[in-house]
Design a binder for this molecule. Sequence first.
Ligand code: FAD
Length: 523
Amino acid sequence: MDSKIRKTFKFVVIGGGIAGVTCVEQLSYSLPSDDVALITAGPHIKAVTNYKQVAKVLEEFDVEEQPASVLEEKYSNLTVIHSPVKRLHTQSHLVETEDGHIYGYELLCICSGAIPKLLSHDKPYVLGIRDTDSAQEFQKQLTKAKRIVVIGNGGIALELVYEVEGCQVIWAVKDAAIGNAFFDAGAAKFLTPSLGADKQERVAPCKRSRYTTEAQTFTAGLILKAAIPRADDSRPGSALGPDWHRELVLKGAEEASRRVSVEYQCEVEKIFTSEEMLNSQSETHALDTGENSLKNCDLHESFQNVFSNFPPFLPEEKWPVYVKLTNGKTFGCDFVVSATGVTPNTEPFLHGNSFTLAEDGGLRVDDHMVTSEPDVYAAGDVCTASWEHSPLWQQMRLWTQARQMGWHAGRCMAARVLSETIELDFCFELFSHITKFFNYKVVLLGKFNAQGLGADYELLLRYTKGQEYVKVVLQTGRMVGAVLIGETDLEETFENLILNQMDLTEYGEDLLNPDVDIEDYFD
Ligand code: FAD
């Protein structure tokens, strides 16, 4: 095999997503005289742009798809190879690509991302959304669709059901509230009315400084101190980044704007094609007779007005595909969107090697992003952070962490070559994420859902319908997590309070009193 080696690089990085590109940039910049190769399956790479450090660990950035030539122009020591890796030989330090070439490496970093868990791989009419191609396919199918069924309760499903217009959406979630991966039931309740309103009709969230303390402005006496029930605990291109839907018109075949019906606490039992359906005993529930399916749902009122804009669906209407849920209902639809999470994309690298995999299927990495195989690092969605985490951090497969891990892996690889020692980066001290759901700014900090805290915590809550939802998680008087929805301006102060672990007992409920300017107070 050695005679066929095209070239041996000091560093090879596999994957042109956020993790891989950040790793490559870090390496090419720190060691400009060493050869770096980026081997990637897709024609484009994902670049981080408009990076902004919002606070000590909170960061915001855009993700842009760019031609790889942009990177090569920037770094003269970088070569981009466009071909999927089909095999890895860790003992001989070789990578085989599908176009028949073999490359050698001294140090390798795998950043191959993750692939969507599809409900069914062999059924037509089941779509997963992962990369630009699949998002465009979804958009194309949607233009002809009158009804779709969305399965899943993570970030993708949340964004999708909010963005789709002109099409009826049946949203099946396995939990008792929407957005379980990010929120508790209280935050879900805050966001849910947005699904029933026209996007442009929804009152824009306003700044905290505009609040008044009039009784009707705040619910339940401004601050609730309560234990909120948590709602139950081919070849891939890069995953889409934030605002992936911004460039896409997600419009179905109907004129009316939005119609979402949530089916709680259920999963998919079976997916039928129309032919299979004809032979089955299942009963189809169409939304014109859907009073029953909505009766127990918080959204019922919000939907009533919207429903009247749509022509009724005839119960006997024939659909290309039918979904039977575990709550006994069966819905016909034009297609099913499977948004049930992702699996680390490790398959091309496992054969003949002995990587240690984590329970979630990711390549286990230590605090230097090193896998169990010699000289092989990993970063982003493909890996599982297997070091002892800071009490305020957890891994979530999000673009912020893909960037942070790619950056840290690049630094660790460079430090190894330079024989320098390096500590785990500060960004892994505190979990932090800024995103948007239903057009609200959402900031998540630390143990924002009291993850792993058992019963040993208390919550402070401030809730203003249509404006903001602020939740603080306290443990022994110290802030350990927060959820900020809306323009709260509290993220920097709360980040500080979580990082410095100040005892906040004496402030009690004043911590969230809108009359106390907490930013000034703790400045
Ligand atoms: P990826 O971006 O998936 O990149 C993997 C790269 O590896 C790709 O370039 C691919 O072509 C390449 N590759 C794969 N296999 C091979 C191979 N065999 N050989 C060579 N190259 C290979 N996160 C958020 O934080 N906020 C959001 O709002 C958000 N929304 C999302 C919406 C959607 C629809 C999706 C799918 C994901 C979303 N995410 C979001 C998650 C986020 O996009 C991922 O966590 C992040 O992109 C992971 O980056 P990565 O570099 O690890 O992997």
